[in-house]
Design a protein around this ligand. Sequence first.
Ligand code: AMP
Ligand code: MG
Length: 331
Amino acid sequence: METVISEASREALAWAKTLIEKGEVVAFHTETVYGLGADARSDEAVRRIFELKGRPADNPLIVHVHKDYDISALTDKMPSYAEKLLAAFCPGPLTMVFPSTGKASKYVSCGLNTLAVRVPSSRTAQAFLRAVDLPIAAPSANVSKHISPVTARHVYEDFKGKIPLILDGGACAGGIESTVLDCTGKIPQILRAGLVTREMIASVAGDCGVYKMAEGERPKSPGMAYKHYSPRCKTAYVSVGDYERAEKLYSEETVSDGRPVILCEHSLTAEFAGYETLDLGDSPEEMAHNLYDCLHRGEEGYTLIIAVEPKGRGGVMDGVLNRLTRACRGE
Ligand code: AMP
Ligand code: MG
């Protein structure tokens, strides 16, 4: 099968609609990372996503809908804080988990009685979702456990010859996956950190918890239990300030004929002058935007990525550090 990369032209959208109606899978740009989408109502189409990704059968998918889609058809018992959050942050990089009405395929939620829903803001995603006018189940468009894709080329590298169409909207502005928020309780609870932060949610909903998995417990968001975002080269993780260790790892890799690179925030690139570096940028938003692109460049050009922990904490940095440690600290 040839894999076509196309912007969301009228012809490409008409083709995407035909493909989705036939139960096929289409990759599309969103403002977080690229998604691998299929008709959320169809058991077969949803199972095809799992098969293509090699995704564990207990890791549920997010359902994506356009701005004017009636979410109440998919979800039950929306608390009043959720309506406020929808008004404040949707469309955008926020996924909300609600009790499910059972309208989506059972394979979307992997047996949970909840459903995760998101309204992406990207123009390409909206054009695609409007063209199909269906709920689209979509995880990130990477082979399971590989780095999430933030360009159409990243998707192509993982799925060339396996999917017919990638709707190209350029580089993803956000750069890390959406915040996942459990909206089934009295107060909302963050299951996965992202660009919509706890502070932002609490300012609208009045309060916001952060879910921490207790030892031995079945995770509330099964994806959290899996190793994620792994580059195909070796990785190392160095704590804030431990720059000697970064230099030692670098020279050991060089001595054994490897090609190491240091991945660090912009202010540290001067500290590592004379070393090969990948620059994460300055602000938390820049770091989120650059992180996966840096990891892709790292695995393509080097044998070892030495990630140096950024200093910032809280807000968007929670999401950045979560992804960086899971990619480079082997978690
Ligand atoms: P990905 O599509 O790769 O961004 O992963 C989707 C994330 O959403 C995973 O971490 C899932 O565990 C989480 N998720 C999807 N549906 C649910 C749900 N019903 N309840 C809790 N978490 C969910
Ligand atoms: Mg993913």
